[in-house]
Design a protein around this ligand. Sequence first.
Ligand SMILES: *[C@@H]1O[C@H](CO)[C@@H](O)[C@H](O)[C@H]1NC(C)=O
Ligand SMILES: *[C@@H]1O[C@H](CO)[C@@H](O)[C@H](O)[C@H]1NC(C)=O
Length: 783
Amino acid sequence: MALALDFFIILLFYFLTILSNAQKLNQIKLGSSLTAGDDSSAWTSSSGDFVFGFRHLDNQNLFLLAIWYDKIPDKTIVWYANGASPAPKGSKIELTSDGKFSLSAPNGQSIWKAENVADGVSYASLLDTGNFVLAGENYDKYMWESFRYPSDTILPTQVLDVGGVLSSRMTKNNYSKGQFQLRLRPDDHLVLNTISSRMEFVYDPPYYKSGTSDTNNSMNSGFRVVFNETGYIKVIKRNGVTVNLTLGNIASTKDFYHKATLDFDGIFTQYAHPKNPNNGVWDKAWFSVWYEPKDICTSLIGDLGDGACGFNSICAVDVEGRPTCECIPGFSRVDSSNQYSGCNQEKVQKCNQGSRPEELFEMQAMNNAFWPFSANYESFPLQNEEVCNSSCFNDCNCVVAVVKEGTCWKKKLPLSHGRLDRNTYGKALVKIPKVDGSAGNKISQHPNRTKKDQSAVILVVSILLGGSLLFNFIFVATVSLVVFFAYRRSQRVNKVSSLLEMNLRVFTFQELQEATEGFHEEVGKGSFGTVYKGIISTSTSKAIVAVKKLERLSQDGEKEFKTEAGAIAKTHHKNLVRLLGFCDEGSNRLLVYEFMSNGTLASFLFGISRPDWNKRLQMAYGIARGLMYLHEECSTQIIHCDIKPQNILLDDTFTTKISDFGLAKLLGSDQTRTSTVIRGTKGYVAPEWFRNSPVTAKVDVYSYGVMLLEILCCRRNIEMERDNEEEVILVDYVYDCYKERVLEKLVVNDEEVLNDLKRFERLVMVGIWCIQEDHSLRPNMKT
Ligand SMILES: *[C@@H]1O[C@H](CO)[C@@H](O)[C@H](O)[C@H]1NC(C)=O
Ligand SMILES: *[C@@H]1O[C@H](CO)[C@@H](O)[C@H](O)[C@H]1NC(C)=O
């Protein structure tokens, strides 16, 4: 009897569970459809975490059929169908009555359809895992699921079997297939590959391997990648053994969303994002749990393809493992808005021009730059650098000569896989065409211009000769008007100052959209939002500005926005970036700053050649003065909370300017409270952020200390690729060297510092003083 009752209860429970599951599932009936451009139409998972629908692409009247995380401000896209052929407005995704699932344009043309759909589909559903499924009466399996056709992202509970592929996007906002792939290879490795951009041909060798292959024993090899529901990614071997790719303790999937994406820069990253942004110390953003490869600039090997930064460029990774790209001297970006697009010669170098090389070229040296695999056409043992230099200079085929390990290598174009390597002490000598007899480092910004202008003149003349009288008249009038306006435009651009002398200006969103040509040219991205370059006009002048579009504002930031922007605007100091104005319209919050032409301290310090010692010292003092002003001389104290080289900008005279100050408060973290959102960047944040002690101006002192050591040693705080483990973290290494009194080990290759070791030592001591664990032991900025 008791047994029967138990059985009955279990049965009842079972049915209730099934019932509640069925109720929870949002079923999409046969015959349903969604239309692109109709904002109200989308399919939501029952938890509301995910949405399936159309996403409007930036600056175009085109739509992407996608699945995204809906409850976070980013609305991060995790799957998309038609990346290469975005759909026009009015396109329709339809689940037909016979169970087909396809996307077609308003004119009926098919854009995309679900492949290999099994028969017997009776409904569709977006599951709470983010998997969109076509389901039928057969409960064992789905007829089709988006999880089987991943784009660039996998989610917890998703698996990748042998042959499974993720493809990177072309760029952040272009969902066409890019040049990187993650594949589970039939030979049982999970690998990252580059592919030829035109042919979809996979280049070997891979730039990352999971190390799960065993050629002697196939049972000992991987066959499946699992992203399990608690957020761990692992490779499963045929013998059941698992190899974890996600290591250690990670943020729980109860409180955090997870995803792993092959980003467009080629790095495969597992990310987490807090579900509830108000719970404690986590910032409202995706943060990286782990990534591979650790240094994409050096892991891309093989002589095919162009490398992480495109042809004719130099690649270096930042603290978060992201590649940053620079053109070599005399070259400029193929696509100025895309740093990974590679570089072209500004003035094409030609042979047999009948002139002596002295009239045409000069050589410029770049320390530590080299191209390990490519484009050598001649090499010889080196007697001295000068011989290598002049051999390239006098050879019309030579574009770059590299002096390295006792050999002179002569190279032609294109140069691929360029990188910085501070360990080999190689030196590149680049031949740069002179422009109008001026020196190479003063190369005009628009060397192609004269050629274009000439062809324009030829075009005008030939049209005039060939056209009718009336046509000629209209044509001449039009051309004159165009020239007139172009002239006025060029007249105005140069006068920057009168706008700068104005007080804080309130902009409309429309004005800023026009100023930035629809937020076209991205010049940077910080934790608070993206920065775009723009031109602001007044009746009398034009100024180049940096427009920062704020994301992730806190709710109570709303009221204070104007007050805080006002407070930022009241700061006036040589070492702070000036705020010129702002826009506050609904959810659009933007800040307009003066534009800094020489980039960030990070690119200066960790860039192609080492900046000289005195310049570095001046910069360190300048930043200290700016911080002292924020901490002690403003009417209300401003704590920066995110001091790092990426947030220090350089103007045209290379004066250091602190940017992003005042934003920590503006974005709602109450600085005096103990538990607050961690602002700041790994490697630079003071320990008290993680503890129960108040956050004071000493957090900036800590970050300044880390940065000071970076400036002194001219290297990043964290350099994973160091062979010698004790050198990986600079602050630890500096401390060890200081204790053992071998500070010169920190600057082995830096003559200038070696000749000034006393001063170097004093500044290292200041740096170490600033990074004391106990904040009360740190000095203040004034000291
Ligand atoms: C994406 O980039 C490709 C290649 O550069 C280009 O052909 C395509 O039009 C771009 N797509 C969009 C939507 O801009
Ligand atoms: C996911 O994998 C981790 C690490 O192997 C393991 O500790 C955890 O129990 C797994 N979770 C589930 C639900 O299997």
